[in-house]
Design a binder for this molecule. Sequence first.
Ligand SMILES: [Zn+2]
Length: 167
Amino acid sequence: MSVNKYFLHYPETIQNQVMQLINSKKVKAYLLKKYPNAHNINSDKALYHYANDLKQHYLRNTPQISKALYGKQKDLIQNALGTHTFVSRNHGGKLKSKHEIRIAQSLKAAPDEMLKMLVVHELAHFKEKDHNKAFYKLCEHMQPQYHQVELDMRLFLVLVDQGEYLY
Ligand SMILES: [Zn+2]
């Protein structure tokens, strides 16, 4: 039995559970039960406000979000967790960083907790560029269930890859 690409770095016990769900075609039922509601953040503008509210609440002293948008992303495995863009520019001698939040278009129909997880991930990068301990601590500070939701989001991506919709 080969393990789905989204779960390669998880421990074997989790991989086995996940592959059982996938092989018995129970992913959708599992996710629906746990996440009955899709988010309703449908435009770039709404995404910006949503991210900014979270930022104001948890990460006041970080740079401003310069832009938030849903974009086309070719490779979900690389881009499912969003891409964070740090653009450095020289403004009158001062180096300014631009912080953008991009979320894959296919995540428009994701559960609300998953959108939150993606935005939390991107916001944590405003402070920590690497996926280190401090980074994940920040994520859990903003969303205590962060790790579980990230695992479940990979299951959501399995559905997307199969051309299925959750809602
Ligand atoms: Zn990241």
